[in-house]
Design a protein around this ligand. Structure first.
Ligand code: SF4
Length: 252
């Protein structure tokens, strides 16, 4: 009698353990192709569309002058503007000049900023930069990148914001929102914030450069968000090269 091989058991679709694991795992983020780099005229049209939707953009940080702006921006790293504004509302009541900040001291500054990220280092930096402003610049914020970047806790991004907002210079401060936008939309792709900054400065029409960083930050914060861009309500949709646009809000 011929031997017959018993039929192989059918593979089950998923073992209970595998099914539970699959259920618990978050959905993988969709892989998107790299956006094509925008040409200069497309980049200008993209920015014009953002400008038309918000003709007079402003920083959302609260400040009184160049010094309080410098302190607010130095406090804003890895923290929301809303949290910084809450902290500076009481901090600036007590100390709104370099001399008053030094007199308040690290402990005194820390009392006001304890609710924001990295508060210990930021309290030390705010007092140290205030002391340096007194020692080197007569208590006045210098209108000079090199001098600004020599202050404790002040990097290129902070210097760019101060030069732009307080002194009207055409600088481009690249934060997390602008870095994402530069790459996602193709307006200025780059592996580093400096590459994105240089690409934006190159492609942005000169007359738009001063306001462009506000348009891009606000756009990234409220519409072209990190987790999911809200392309269905984006004023610059027609000019964007993102390869995975979200054209309708997710069903609830
Ligand atoms: S929201 Fe969408 S369409 Fe608008 S810039 Fe971002 S990715 Fe492009």
């Amino acid at each position: 009698m011929p031997q017959t091989t018993p039929p192989r058991p059918k593979k089950s679709a998923a073992t209970p353990a595998r099914a539970a694991k699959a259920k618990a795992a978050p959905p993988a983020a969709p892989r998107t192709r790299r956006a094509k780099v925008m040409k200069a005229d497309q980049a200008a049209a993209f920015l014009r569309a953002l400008a038309a939707a918000n003709p007079a953009p402003e920083t959302e940080l609260h400040f009184r002058d160049a010094y309080t702006l410098l302190v607010a921006v130095a406090l804003s790293a890895q923290t929301t503007d809303v949290a910084v504004n809450k902290a500076t509302a009481t901090l600036f009541e007590e100390a709104a000049t370099p001399a008053a900040m030094v007199a308040l001291g690290v402990e005194g500054v820390a009392r006001h900023i304890r609710r924001i990220g990295l508060w210990q280092g930021k309290a030390r930096n705010v007092v140290a930069l205030s002391q340096l402003l007194l020692d080197r610049h007569g208590g006045v914020v210098p209108e000079d990148r090199k001098a600004l970047e020599a202050l404790p806790g002040v990097g290129r991004k902070t210097a760019n914001v101060v030069l732009n907002v307080a002194f009207g210079q055409e600088t481009m401060a690249v934060d997390t929102h602008i870095f994402r936008l530069g790459n996602r939309t193709g307006i200025a792709p780059g592996k580093t914030t400096r590459q994105v900054e240089d690409g934006l400065v190159k492609r942005c029409p000169p007359e738009m450069l001063r306001d462009a960083h506000h348009w891009l930050i606000l756009h990234g914060r409220y519409i072209c968000k990190a987790r999911m861009p809200e392309c269905w309500r984006c004023p610059a949709l027609a000019f964007c090269n993102h390869t995975a646009k979200v054209l309708a809000p997710p069903a609830r």
